[in-house]
Design a protein around this ligand. Structure first.
Ligand code: IPE
Ligand code: IPE
Ligand code: MG
Length: 240
């Protein structure tokens, strides 16, 4: 007798309250494309597809907050053609969010210095944020984001308020991620072992996970691996 060998459906990983927020440094798009003899831009469009897939997966396993590093304050140094392509992909993504924002269970927020973007784009981002604010899965998209810029922005905001002495709570209120718990886990793809100006204030006690997988190849199984590593660790926060 023959039994058709059935591919077992992947069992969903279990998470609990210890893991509410994962942040991703989505790195390796350029190398992924170059390895295929393609221009770096090809990597960015494939990376955008991976971002949507990983977002859906993280929501499906019950994660509450996800942050993605899409474009840093330093990424403007890249060749104009590459920057233009990334901004075009971003524009298209915003338009898609705008059209479909009520379909998913996602509160989309944009974090970073958004003042560099056009009034029209900023208005769209603000509306997407506002009109999805009743959804339970929070997705922060970091664009023109830098951790140092964010801290300076918060300090300048507090100076404007007339403060002469500031507290951690004041900074927490004025950073772009305000309202989100600090990331429990930061994952960086692409093999580099650095944080590249990402969530400097928020990651004081974050766990880090680095993988050589290039972002366009990143899969739900890779997310599971990072989560398993997270749960194998003991967070002491300076205690014993
Ligand atoms: C990350 O991939 C995406 C952005 C920084 C916008 P890269 O473009 O940095 O890809 P690599 O690291 O050069 O391979
Ligand atoms: C970090 O990647 C920024 C994003 C993923 C958006 P980079 O590719 O810019 O980082 P470095 O230059 O290797 O540190
Ligand atoms: Mg890179």
């Amino acid at each position: 007798m023959f039994f058709k060998k059935q591919k077992k459906a992947k069992e969903k990983i279990q998470i609990d309250d210890r893991l509410k927020h994962i942040a991703f440094i989505m790195d390796g798009n350029g190398r992924w494309a170059q390895m295929r003899g393609m221009p770096r831009e090809f990597g960015h469009s494939n990376g955008a597809a991976t971002f949507k897939k990983i977002g859906r997966y993280c929501e499906s396993i019950g994660l509450k907050y996800m942050t993605v590093y899409a474009f840093s304050t330093e990424n403007w140094k890249r060749p104009q053609k590459e920057v233009d392509t990334i901004m075009k992909i971003f524009d298209e993504y915003i338009d898609q969010c705008f059209r479909e924002m009520q379909e998913d269970n996602v509160h989309i927020r944009f974090i970073g210095n958004l003042t560099v973007f056009s009034e029209a784009l900023r208005e769209k981002m603000a509306r997407i944020d506002r009109e999805t604010s009743n959804k339970s899965f929070v997705l922060n998209i970091a664009i023109n984001y830098g951790g140092r810029e964010e801290i300076l922005h918060a300090c300048n905001e507090l100076i404007r308020e007339g403060k002469s002495k500031i507290t951690e709570a004041d900074i927490n209120r004025c950073i772009y991620t305000t309202g989100c718990p600090d990331p429990d886990l930061v994952v960086r793809t692409g093999g580099d072992l650095r944080i590249s100006n990402f969530l400097l204030w928020q990651s004081a006690y974050t766990e880090y996970y680095f993988t050589d997988v290039l972002w366009p190849d990143y899969s739900s199984r890779d997310v599971d691996e990072a989560i398993a590593s997270f749960y194998s660790r003991k967070r002491r926060y300076g205690g014993v």
